[in-house]
Design a protein around this ligand. Structure first.
Ligand code: SAM
Ligand code: SF4
Length: 329
């Protein structure tokens, strides 16, 4: 699939549920209302949708959410999608998780062919971790990371940089993760969905963070790309990789290779725009995939050039009304 700007679209991210066992302060409000379970696509429907994308050239599938591992029987979907790895149609099947249930699921995920995962970890201080996630248990997440590594899965740590909250933990997080063979990616807070705190209070530009890290470590720019928005450096002292996702300070859209599907079958062609295509109706309309294929083709032809994220005094409202958990980060 190629979009109007000549970008090859070969990466599908699927939010398999909007629910989560955490309520991270930058992601959700304390009092979230979630979709009625009956509105969700079934696991069979998610499989059919993903498989249609694979047949159209998608090489990488990431299941996310909400928290993907809280969806009931989600491992069934991993097991079924693994057939595309076996056939060679798919290069990678992966997930982004908060790690809360990873200790339990890691061996089975590995058995499904999952080789790399992203685990979100914004603090290694148990109290701060609980405050950021509003309910998470750090020890449980750390056990999940251990289990994933023991199962032979590569773990990358995603850390959202939060002003005045975890600024001082960034350098120690890099040392800790790199010593355990895990890459780290730092993420700027994005203005998505209504939350109680003011985004401006949370927003920490990664340009400042990088300057601070460079006071502790020698950073070498890398040509390494995962086809995603992160720009990587190598930390000379640790030999580990560090990524920066900077939607606010640097627009990363020119190399965008992805589209995002919600758990109700809505396809968002851009994380930061409102335009979307309904794939649930064509999916349910007939057992043939013709209508679905036509809807996907039409949607890719509308993929926008990029997002317009901004956070400053004049732009404190969300750029899009939906939370990150709807389209999956
Ligand atoms: N629950 C899983 C997790 O936390 O990894 C998967 C879904 S979560 C929405 C995916 C990623 O998006 C996480 O790394 C999270 O930190 C990030 N995220 C959520 N809301 C964000 C926001 N407003 N700005 C930047 N990153 C955000
Ligand atoms: Fe849940 Fe992930 Fe959002 Fe945190 S970032 S509330 S873990 S979906």
């Amino acid at each position: 699939m190629v979009d109007p700007f000549g970008r090859a679209i070969y990466y599908l991210r699927v939010s398999v549920t909007d629910r989560c066992d955490f309520r991270c302060v930058y992601c959700m409000s304390e009092d979230m209302s979630f979709l009625p379970k009956g509105d969700l696509l079934t696991l069979e429907e998610l499989d059919r949708l993903c498989s249609t994308f694979v047949a159209r050239g998608t090489r990488k599938l990431r299941l996310t959410g909400g928290e993907p591992l809280v969806r009931r029987n989600i491992l069934q979907l991993f097991h079924n999608l693994a057939r595309h790895l076996d056939s060679g149609a798919l290069d990678e099947l992966t997930l982004t998780t908060n790690g809360s249930r990873l200790a339990f699921f890691a061996p089975e995920l590995a058995a499904c062919g999952v080789r790399r995962i992203n685990v979100s970890l914004d603090s290694r201080d148990p109290e701060k971790f609980k405050a950021i996630t509003r309910r998470g248990d750090l020890a449980q997440v750390l056990r999940g990371i251990d289990a994933a590594q023991s199962a032979g899965i590569d773990v990358k740590i995603n850390m959202v940089a939060l002003k005045g909250v975890n600024e001082g933990e960034i350098v120690p997080m890099i040392s800790w993760a790199h010593a355990r063979g895990m890459d780290v990616t730092l993420i700027e807070v994005m203005p998505m969905g209504a939350i109680e705190p003011d985004r401006l209070d949370q927003y920490l530009p990664l340009s400042d963070v990088r300057a601070e890290i460079a006071r502790h470590f020698t950073l070498r720019d890398l040509a390494y790309r995962t086809g995603g928005p992160a720009r990587y450096v190598e930390v000379a002292e640790t030999g580990g990789r560090l990524g920066f996702i900077t939607p606010l300070t640097h627009n990363f859209c020119e190399s965008c290779n992805r589209v995002r599907l919600t758990c109700t079958g809505t396809l968002y062609m851009c994380l930061g725009q409102n335009d979307a295509a309904d794939l649930r109706a064509p999916l349910r309309e007939s057992a043939s995939d013709d209508a679905l294929n036509a809807a996907i083709e039409e949607a890719i032809a509308r993929k926008p050039k990029g997002h317009d994220f901004m956070i400053d005094r004049a732009h404190t409202a969300p750029a899009v009304p939906r939370h990150m958990s709807v389209t999956g980060g």
